[in-house]
Write a protein that binds this ligand. Structure first.
Ligand code: FPP
Ligand code: MG
Length: 358
């Protein structure tokens, strides 16, 4: 692995170029075609600029190490998808206001906090193109930086009222439950595929849904939109994770030093593997492939070839179809929303989530 230097330079304010809404959500500019579309896109782009400034302020600490380490992953990249969803669903009401920026900042800080912790649990060497925080500073510092970011996230919400604070607490609980259930795996009496989908919903769908809901709550939008955007967020989160399972097996870009099938090689459960386990109970070829994938260090497994086989196997095709089904269901959840920029952007976003290749 090539190590890059830490992105943060203590004491130097970071300025980043203005980000367009379409590039942040991986959409083509053409979707913002009407006057109202462009007005919404501009409002959100102003919101993103305000968010970036606020994130830098909220990650300042008197302690020198905390100050650098807390901004480390923030400055390494990230698409800010969750805060953008807060700002987008706020367009169903009064639009981006100070409370919406505060909630967006808080949501991004929880997300960041969870990444510091997740990388410790996964012993991940790299995130956002830089060595992970625990690789640079060790596990204890990385865990504590996650806790500090979570503290800041919680403090921000104190100005937004009990409903939003409760939503954040419930979401935090689901993030932890998702991660816990992923760690311990399904009970004997539990269906492994249902268990897996619940984990994805808890560890990813919950925060995306909370973001979408906060935008409605904090912009005085009609409450009938709340359930629609929550359901959208949950489902798009599942679709996102399922496509990740497929992307894991794609050949990585040249020069990255990575290999296809990182998760599969590490024994991480993915939907193609769960489907293969089910198939292996009745199909000898599937059982053979599964044995090779589950014993990657055995020379007889020929793991590179086994991953290449899995990539084009019907179980992977079925995983892609399942991801598209969740994206379609996410879009179908939006029925109560008025036709217009928000519905159109959420629809295109769900499509782009499952059509991405990296
Ligand atoms: C990434 O999943 C991990 C999450 C989406 C959630 C992790 C949640 C926690 C660690 C608990 C919450 C903790 C705090 C402090 C809020 P992944 O490993 O599948 O994805 P990756 O490829 O991005 O690592
Ligand atoms: Mg991880």
């Amino acid at each position: 692995m090539t190590l890059k230097p830490a992105a943060a330079v203590p004491g130097e304010p970071q300025t980043s170029p203005r980000r367009s809404l379409s590039s942040s959500l991986n959409l083509t500019d053409k979707i913002f075609s009407t006057g109202r579309d462009r007005e919404v896109a501009r409002a959100i782009e102003d919101g993103i600029a305000a968010l970036e400034a606020r994130l830098l302020v909220e990650t300042e600490f008197n302690d020198g190490l905390a100050d650098v380490a807390a901004r480390y992953l923030l400055e390494a990249g990230g698409k800010r998808v969750r805060p953008i969803l807060v700002m987008l669903t706020a367009q169903l009401g009064d639009g981006v206001n100070d409370d919406v920026i505060t909630a967006s900042t808080s949501i991004e800080l929880i997300h960041l906090a969870s990444l510091y912790h997740d990388d410790v649990m996964d012993s991940a060497p790299e995130r956002r193109g830089v060595p992970t925080a625990q690789y640079v500073w060790g596990n204890s510092v990385a865990i504590l930086i996650g806790d500090l970011l979570f503290a800041r996230s919680s403090r921000l919400l104190t100005t937004l009222g009990e409903e939003v604070m409760r939503l954040q607490a419930d979401t935090f609980e689901r993030l932890c439950m998702g991660q816990l259930h992923e760690t311990i795996g399904p009970r004997d009496d539990e269906d492994p595929i249902e268990h897996y989908l619940q984990v994805l919903s808890d560890k990813t769908g919950s925060l995306i849904a909370a973001a979408a809901r906060m935008g409605v709550v904090l912009s005085n939008a009609p409450r009938i939109y709340e359930q629609a955007v929550v359901s959208f967020g949950e489902k798009v989160g599942i679709a996102f994770q399922l496509i990740d399972d497929v992307i894991d097996m794609s050949p990585p870009a040249e020069g990255t030093g990575k290999v296809a099938g990182t998760d599969v090689r590490a024994g991480v459960v993915t939907l193609p593997i769960l489907y293969l386990r089910k198939l292996a109970t009745t199909d000898a070829d599937a059982a053979l492939l599964l044995a090779r994938l589950e014993n990657p260090t055995d020379p007889a497994s020929n793991i590179d070839d086994a991953i290449a086989e899995l990539r084009v196997h019907p179980v992977t095709v079925a995983t892609t179809a399942e991801a598209h089904r969740w994206a379609r269901e996410a879009i179908d959840s939006l029925g109560a929303l008025p036709d217009g920029t928000v519905k159109k952007t959420l629809t295109r976003f769900a499509d782009s989530v499952v059509n991405r290749t990296k």
